[in-house]
Design a binder for this molecule. Structure first.
Ligand SMILES: [Zn+2]
Length: 278
């Protein structure tokens, strides 16, 4: 069981080394390191992460947003491949076991255009993963938040089916947003998770979640919400996190859940953790 935060929460004001006891004090045991501007970090931070992962703290890494393995521009794809290899080496060196990445965009947003982009991504991933020792590191393509971005539920399943080292990152807020408010009940969420379970049963056990509430419009994601905030129109923030935790329990999923709630990751992660262990 892992409950953790995406990046260093804004409520935490201290050194990196003090972040871990702060999180552990809330029952949290996971950190998704945000490599937003590249897979790099200081030697000092590497040492801290390595020590914590050896101690049993769970580390994942979020790949930079400029990585785009589904791009129509071959140069971008080639650069993304070598960036991902750097990320895998960095992950191995600090004991992070999961790298989350966005499948990308820039494709023609038609059924055929999307298919071409996804197939290209699959080939690219299979190429660079065969050229490198993956160690314990696994790759997690993430559900995209906008209707036009790559990474629908079906596309994520397809990638995981065809790439040995890929496992699903189900961002339930992105899924809700890209499907214009689809996750309105426990049953609907369960049916979506069962779809993954049926399609890739061997990988389902290692599923990764991003969970928080989100504001969305007719093109999908607009903005992550602060923990507990309502939508701008006053409606309850969705997807419902209590339902989400119920579903994890009902389906006996051993969860790895990262909160990306706006400026309140630790509050939302603690809330979900406490519900889960109750
Ligand atoms: Zn992401």
């Amino acid at each position: 069981m892992v409950f953790g935060v995406a990046g260093v929460p804004t409520h935490y004001k201290g050194k990196l080394s003090g972040l871990f006891p702060w999180l552990e004090g809330m029952g949290l045991n996971g950190l998704e390191i945000q490599c937003t501007y590249g897979f790099k970090m200081s030697e000092e931070n590497k040492k801290i992460y390595k020590e914590k992962s050896s101690d049993g703290f769970f580390l994942s890494m979020h790949a930079p947003y400029y990585i785009n393995l589904g791009s129509l521009n071959n140069q971008v794809v080639q650069r993304s491949k070598s960036n991902m290899k750097e990320g895998i080496e960095l992950a191995k060196s600090i004991g992070a076991t999961r790298i989350i990445f966005h499948p990308g965009g820039g494709h023609e947003n038609t059924e055929n255009g999307r298919k071409i982009a996804i197939n290209q991504l699959i080939d690219a991933v299979n190429e660079f993963t065969s050229e490198i020792d993956m160690g314990n590191v696994r790759l997690y393509p993430e559900i995209g938040g906008k209707t036009a971005s790559l990474g629908s539920l079906d596309e994520i399943i397809e990638i995981c089916k065809k790439c040995k080292y890929c496992y699903p990152c189900i961002d339930i807020a992105h899924l809700h947003a890209r499907e214009i408010g689809s996750i309105t009940s426990k049953e609907i969420l369960k049916s979506k998770l069962n779809k993954i379970k049926d399609a890739i049963p061997d990988k389902f056990e290692q599923i990764h979640f991003h969970a928080y509430t989100i504001n969305y419009g007719d093109k999908g994601e607009i903005k992550h919400l602060y923990f507990g905030d309502s939508m701008p129109d006053g409606k309850e923030g969705m997807p419902n996190l209590i339902d989400f935790i119920d579903v994890l329990k009902d389906m006996k999923i051993n969860p790895w859940v990262i909160s990306e709630a706006l400026d309140s990751q630790e509050l939302s992660a603690k809330f979900m953790h406490d519900l889960y262990v109750k």
